[in-house]
Design a protein around this ligand. Structure first.
Ligand code: F0G
Length: 458
């Protein structure tokens, strides 16, 4: 087949956006207390806050919504969704939820108890919160290289098998309800996990009798990297690679707002009948009856279609190409980014961008505010504001190892011209980086301050 020089789709519906004047943008970010979560969408020109729930659905996804079965129990859409999960992921049982974190609530709320340890490559923040809320503790077992933004590694999301095994030996199997691998590793820069690594994790956890789950929101982007970078997978389809990926785990939690390109939705999928039945009462309590779990019939129907669509080779290749395109543009301006570029976002290395700001002044969020004021582009800081914690023993702030600005690209939404504008805006901020001041907190809630904090310039 000839390589296609442009997007493998055309645009049928558009939504106008506009760039506010510079003075207005400065006012808006000040009124938003320098927290981009407080900006109104209509004031944002190019929105790279997240790739979650923000993708453009296809005509077939929209068409599926019209044939949703809205029955409270036994909806036909649920059975079609179940069939898609069986075909695409290879799991027997489906537990639908309203989004990924709701799937985490059902799984973790059932399986994690006080004093438990859950090993990860790296957990996403809602996942760690669910574990902590249930009295457990998530532990990162990522490769050392995962914490070095500029070090290139083809599978920077891999689990460090030695760290994992040492942890299992240290705390004992009885305290580990399951191991979870995030594919791709969002917290570490959208980095993939190799098939070989997954097989090794499977072998090790099987030896100890510990269940293995995937946090699979971006599993197809992961499959694409396996296809491109791992020996033996060059000639396999993304559908084949995806099916093999899931075959190594007992089940998964899945935010359908990412790779499946739905605006809402999530689920747990698994093979073990006993665990499935154990999870259902919590599903009914927090989400809804077993055959809809917090979603409308139209969403279930749409998700069935989405699962088949997400492994489309031509779309995924073009998607990753665009993320890499933005990465190259940014790097060409001398700006340091997490390398290699991940699947869903370009992560700017803010420690290198603003070396004069200590982490106590939230450099990643200061840069996010500055980028908005400069160009109307909304990215998100993922650093000290999001991930610092008080050490329970010493009472001191523990800062995260990475201080990043994430520019997450919604799927099928923006053109390369938008990416040019993003890189230009960031480039202009880079030229005057020495003048950028840090931020201080004027209000923070006891939990999840990243979303709710109010800040002002130092
Ligand atoms: N797991 C990963 C790896 C995620 O990135 C997210 C969400 C979730 C779980 C939770 O899923 O949002 O459907 O409840 N990530 C979004 C982001 C919010 O912007 O990265 P959810």
């Amino acid at each position: 087949m000839d390589e296609e020089p442009a997007e493998p789709y055309r645009i049928k519906v558009i939504e106008p956006i506009r760039l506010l004047d510079r003075e207005e943008r400065k006012n808006r970010i000040k009124e938003a207390h320098y927290n981009v979560f407080n900006l109104k969408s209509e004031d944002v020109y190019i929105d790279l806050l997240t790739d979650s729930g923000t993708s453009a659905m296809s005509d077939t996804q929209w068409a599926a919504m019209m044939s949703g079965d809205e029955a409270y129990a036994g909806s036909g859409s649920f059975y079609r969704f179940t069939k898609a999960v069986q075909d695409v992921l290879g799991y027997r049982y489906l537990i639908p939820t309203h989004q990924g974190r709701a799937a985490e609530n059902v799984l973790i709320g059932n399986l994690v108890k006080k004093g438990d340890i859950v090993p990860f490559n790296m957990p996403f923040d809602t996942t760690s919160n669910h574990i902590r809320v249930n009295g457990g503790q998530p532990v990162e077992c990522a490769l050392d290289v995962a914490y070095e933004p500029q070090q290139v590694h083809p599978f920077k999301g891999n689990v460090d098998i030695d760290k994992l095994e040492d942890l299992v030996k240290k705390v004992g199997v009885g305290r580990i309800p399951f191991v979870m691998v995030t594919i791709t590793n969002n917290t570490g820069g959208g980095q993939p996990v190799s098939m070989e690594n997954l097989r090794e994790v499977r072998m090790m956890t099987s030896r100890y009798g510990i269940p293995l789950y995937l946090d699979a929101a971006r599993c197809v982007e992961n499959s694409y990297f396996v296809h491109r970078r791992e020996n033996g997978y060059e000639n396999k389809t993304l559908a084949e690679i995806t099916l093999e990926t899931f075959s190594y785990a007992d089940g998964c939690t899945f935010s359908a707002k990412k790779d499946p390109m739905a605006n809402i939705g999530g689920f747990i999928a698994l093979n073990d009948e006993k665990t499935y039945h154990e999870l259902l009462p919590r599903l009914v309590t927090y989400e809804g009856f077993t055959t809809y779990g917090g979603l409308a019939g139209r969403d279930l129907e749409c998700l069935a279609q989405s699962l088949y669509e997400m492994t489309d080779e031509r779309y995924v290749a073009n998607r990753i190409r665009q993320v890499e395109y933005l990465g190259k543009l940014i790097e060409s301006r001398g700006i340091k980014i997490v390398k290699p570029v991940g699947g869903h976002a370009v992560f700017v290395d803010v420690a290198a961008f603003l070396p004069h700001l200590p982490q106590s002044q939230f450099p990643a969020d200061a840069l996010a505010a500055e980028l908005y004021a400069e160009s109307g582009v909304r990215g998100v800081g993922l650093g000290a504001l999001a991930f610092s914690r008080l050490d329970e023993e010493t009472g001191e702030q523990v800062f995260p190892k990475l201080e990043l600005l994430r520019l997450a690209i919604p799927r099928r939404v923006y053109t390369d011209r938008h990416m040019d504008a993003v890189a230009d805006g960031l480039g202009r901020v880079y030229e005057r980086r020495k003048e950028i001041r840090g931020l201080k907190i004027v209000y923070e809630p006891p939990l999840l301050r990243h979303f709710l904090a109010r800040l002002e310039r130092v």
